[in-house]
Design a protein around this ligand. Structure first.
Ligand SMILES: NC(=O)c1ccc[n+]([C@@H]2O[C@H](COP(=O)([O-])OP(=O)(O)OC[C@H]3O[C@@H](n4cnc5c(N)ncnc54)[C@H](OP(=O)(O)O)[C@@H]3O)[C@@H](O)[C@H]2O)c1
Length: 194
């Protein structure tokens, strides 16, 4: 049984992916978030809730003990967050990291210019790519609530295709990556409906 730590568990995509894990897999989840009272435990048999800030190394390291996969669904000062995650993973043991970023960080979206709002996304991706972790960075397009799983992947260095992608599509991909050892390891993937 796979143990998955979800960082930023109250985020929109993280909440969707939590449901996807619970419905499609037997994984055990640790939901890590600030202000834990906002989240109801959806399945106390399989889900543990930990209140913590990703920038708090001590709490983060403790939550990482015994985990197989770390799935980071964050926003804000993402370079510092990525550095803390890498440090805590080295100290606590897990090697597999799925990190949600954004389309556009490499200037890979045709017709769109690089925007400084993406700096934290670009810098956090660079920190992860420079690490020795078994990472997969996801660069999704704009999220939709469409009730469908339909997506294509583009590798780093390829132009991004399309513009948006359903939350369910990204959740489906995250679950596959979490449960399939070696899948798209040390890659940065564009994810879009195409
Ligand atoms: N929306 C889109 O169309 C789209 C498209 C591509 C990429 N993305 C990116 O994909 C990522 C995930 O998206 P989302 O919609 O799930 O984002 P979201 O709803 O904004 O969730 C991000 C989560 O990160 C948490 N967080 C921030 N700093 C933290 C810290 N220091 N410690 C612990 N948790 C922290 C926030 O917690 P609090 O609730 O405590 O603030 C929030 O719940 C984001 O970076 C987003 O920008 C979004």
């Amino acid at each position: 049984m796979t143990n998955v730590l979800i960082l930023g568990a109250n985020g929109q995509l993280a909440r969707n992916t939590t449901q996807w894990f619970l419905q499609k897999t037997d994984a055990r989840l640790t939901l890590y978030l600030r202000h834990a009272s906002r989240l109801r435990n959806p399945d106390p048999e399989r889900v543990r809730i930990v209140e913590g800030d990703v920038l708090d190394l001590e709490t983060l390291e403790a939550a990482m003990k015994g985990q197989d996969v770390v799935y980071a669904n964050l926003a804000g000062p993402m370079k510092q967050q990525a550095e803390r995650i890498i440090e805590a993973m080295h100290a606590a043991g897990p090697r597999r990291l799925i990190f949600i970023s954004s389309m556009g960080i490499y200037g890979e979206v045709p017709g769109e210019r690089y925007r400084s709002v993406l700096d934290p996304y670009r810098d956090s991706a660079a920190a992860i790519e420079a690490s020795d972790l078994d990472y997969t960075i996801l660069r999704p397009g704009w999220f939709t609530s469409d009730d469908e799983v339909a997506y294509q992947l583009t590798q780093k260095g390829e132009p991004f295709k399309g513009h948006d992608v359903s939350l369910d599509s990204v959740s489906d991909l995250i679950v596959k990556l979490a449960l399939t050892p070696g899948l798209e390891s040390r890659r940065s993937l564009g994810v879009s409906r195409g």
